[in-house]
Write a protein that binds this ligand. Structure first.
Ligand code: BV8
Length: 261
């Protein structure tokens, strides 16, 4: 997709949007990989680097890939975990965290597995696709906190049952955690405004949430430097990077959040 050069200055926030947000009883957020781009976490569609450049994430993030080569999938996640381990929340994550005490009931529904919303201080976060920092037994599903991945040949194994360990994330063709999806659907149904930040809205069932929210009367606000398949169906499209647009939006609508305007 051709992308326009992203302006550095935040786009003007339409007065109609400011009014809509100020009147909103309930606001929800759906975030994707784009909100973490300015923290140095490559989005899912960015070209992967180094030895991973020849792999397609959509192929690696599957139970089949793990069945065929657990060690390769384990090493890919270990590489990403290391990368994400050095990432810090950016101004976009921090703007949402600053909003939490000001907008009661604000819920961040994220497709991301990097934990950066929580690291920024957001406490009401639903992780639809799990968290890469958590590791679990691929057979029992129990979370493990220590493992030995010194073997050059195979992925680490569960100390109890011997099955391979895996990241606690939702792979393609795996169902999302029931409670997370139910919470997200409820928030999408009940919100007056849904902020959709940094996502292509191409991965389901997360991609259904904006449609679901709109069907229940919510205004949809897209924050993304690029147009997406959702753009034709949003009420406000703020073209720009989350780290630039979100602080400007929060300062314009909620000066009490204390962000510099
Ligand atoms: C399921 C965890 C039932 C793992 C992830 C055909 C049609 C419809 C659906 C399907 C279909 N075939 C299969 C499906 C279902 C499938 C699916 O949706 N496939 C897609 C590819 C069509 N979904 C599933 O399998 C889900 N489970 O449906 O279960 C089932 C059971 C059996 C069989 C079938 C179905 C599970 C989906 C979860 C997969 N796991 N992550 C991991 O991380 O390794 S998804 C992963 O990719 C991410 O979590 C994220 O959700 C997704 C990438 O999407 P985005 O976040 O949007 O990121 P992307 O890179 O695409 O875009 C970044 C955006 O940011 C861009 O728009 C860019 O412009 C913008 N941006 C860039 N910089 C900035 C920015 N924005 C703001 N600021 C910036 N600075």
């Amino acid at each position: 997709m051709a992308t326009d050069p992203v302006p550095d200055a935040a786009p003007a926030i339409p007065a109609a949007l400011i009014g809509r947000l100020r009147k909103a009883r309930a606001i929800a957020v759906l975030s994707g990989a784009g909100i973490s781009a300015e923290s140095g976490v490559p989005t899912f569609r960015d070209a992967q680097t180094g030895m991973w450049a020849k792999f397609d994430p959509l192929e690696l993030a599957t139970p089949d890939a793990f069945r065929r080569n657990a060690k390769l999938v384990w090493d890919w996640y270990a590489w990403r975990r290391e990368l994400i381990g050095h990432a810090k929340p950016n101004a976009g994550h921090r703007a949402l965290a600053a909003l939490e005490p000001v907008v009661s009931g604000l819920l961040v529904i994220t497709q991301n597995v990097d934990g950066l919303h929580q690291a920024a201080g957001s406490t009401h976060v639903v992780e639809l696709h799990g968290n890469i920092q958590r590791v679990k037994c691929s057979r029992e599903g129990t979370i493990v906190t220590h493992w030995d991945d010194s073997s050059p040949r195979e992925a680490p194994r569960c100390a109890r049952c011997g099955a391979f360990l895996r990241p606690d994330v939702v792979w393609f063709e795996e169902t999302l955690p029931d409670d997370a999806l139910a919470c997200a659907e409820r928030a999408a149904r009940d919100c007056d405004v849904l902020l959709v930040i940094g996502t292509t809205a191409e991965v389901y069932p997360a991609a259904m949430l904006p449609t679901y929210a709109r069907h229940h009367g919510a205004a949809i606000v897209e924050i993304n430097p690029n147009p997406t398949r959702l753009t034709d169906r949003v009420d406000f499209a703020l073209r720009g990077r989350a780290g630039v647009v979100l602080p400007a939006l929060v300062a314009a609508v909620w000066p009490e959040a204390g962000l510099p305007s």
